[in-house]
Design a protein around this ligand. Structure first.
Ligand code: 3MF
Ligand code: MG
Length: 343
């Protein structure tokens, strides 16, 4: 049994299309996914605004709220909670050049409209977290945007959200690249600097995704630790990644076991989750996976977390201390290898 509450988004059970090939699996309805999420041991669902309210662009503000209430009924029926809502600011023609940092003022206005609607939807779903994955808040052509003005535009957009709703919390999900070449907010340190520049830093925190840290050439456990040290780790997207290439969203721990162990170790040691935070599993099934086994990557990720929690439980802190005192880090390292490899 895990000490954590787990969550995932409907996009984590997807049809398998990639940049070079079409869908390979059948579409599963939102309700069916929620039912299966419950069955495999998840406690919460993560949402994009249009996951909760499809066709959001075609509806007025009241209709959006009403549609969100329908989604809430499904959650209630299966005893599931909503963890967060994230405005999807990367699909629409009006977000081609970014949302908050678009060079077009009309597009920036649209980004704010989606952000306010995301807050309305969060209120209807009974959650107080808005996640900003700043997908296109960066450049493909470095000279196309003013980098200082862009950072200020992100801060300004967050300020408007904080002012729109006095209870809402904003979590910046950092990623260094993809789909943009250069992000204006690539790491947790950047997110927390932005937090401190807002009108209410106490309501602006971070979400760390393992794969994104690896893409930035950083250690996910240390990114988690940095946010924890600042009291700002309000969600995580655990997954894995083989090196610095495209975002792979592999099942947690399947590429770098020691790195995964250290992520769980720092979460466990710091009692992550004690304020209701979730362990989100932002994982995607391999394209080769068949329909009937398309939840396996989520189940495997939960299993990896649980097995690593066990390893943390068995971690010999006095032996660690002994090694530190003797400055014998080779011994400590080998101890970790044995801990992870022994049954
Ligand atoms: C992209 C991501 C996204 C975000 C999601 C919620 C598809 O690399 O990680 O998942 O997590 O959009 O903000
Ligand atoms: Mg993510």
């Amino acid at each position: 049994m895990s000490m954590f509450k787990f969550s995932a988004g409907p996009w984590n059970v997807h049809e398998g299309a990639d940049a070079f090939g079409p869908a390979v699996r059948k579409t599963i309805t939102f309700e069916k996914k929620v039912e299966m999420f419950k069955k495999i041991g998840l406690d919460g669902v993560q949402f994009h605004d249009d996951d909760a309210v499809p066709e959001i662009n075609e509806l007025n503000d009241a209709q959006i709220r009403a549609r969100a209430r329908e989604t809430k009924k499904i959650l209630d029926h299966y005893g599931m909670a909503a963890e967060f809502v994230a405005p999807r600011l990367w699909m629409d023609p009006r977000t081609i050049d970014g949302g908050y940092t678009s060079n077009n003022p009309k597009d920036r206005e649209y980004a704010m409209w989606r952000s306010y609607r995301s807050i309305d939807i969060a209120n209807e779903l009974g959650c107080d977290k808005i996640v900003l994955w700043l997908a296109r808040e960066g450049t493909m052509c470095a000279e196309s945007k003013d980098p200082i003005q862009s950072v200020n535009r992100i801060i300004e957009a967050i300020n408007k959200m904080l002012e729109y709703d006095k209870n809402i919390k904003v979590l910046v999900e950092t990623k260094p690249n993809e789909p943009v070449d250069r992000s204006f907010c690539p790491t947790i340190g950047h997110a927390l600097a932005i937090s401190s520049a807002t009108v209410d830093p106490s309501r602006v925190g971070a979400l760390l995704e393992s794969a994104h840290a690896i893409l930035a050439g950083l250690d996910p456990a240390n990114e988690i630790a940095f946010a924890l040290a600042m009291g700002k780790l309000w969600s995580v997207h655990l997954n894995d990644q083989n090196g610095m290439k495209y975002d792979q969203d592999k099942a947690f721990g399947v590429e770098n076991l020691r790195q995964a162990f250290n992520q769980i170790k720092v979460l466990v040691e710091n009692n992550y989750g004690s304020n209701g935070e979730y362990v989100g599993l932002d994982v995607k099934a391999m394209r080769t996976q068949k329909d009937e086994a398309c939840y396996r990557h989520i189940e495997n990720s939960i299993k990896m977390v649980e097995m690593l929690e066990e390893k943390v439980k068995n971690f010999d802190y006095s032996y660690q201390q002994q090694c530190i005192e003797a400055r014998d880090y080779e011994a400590l390292e080998m101890y970790i290898m044995e801990l992870l490899m022994k049954g």
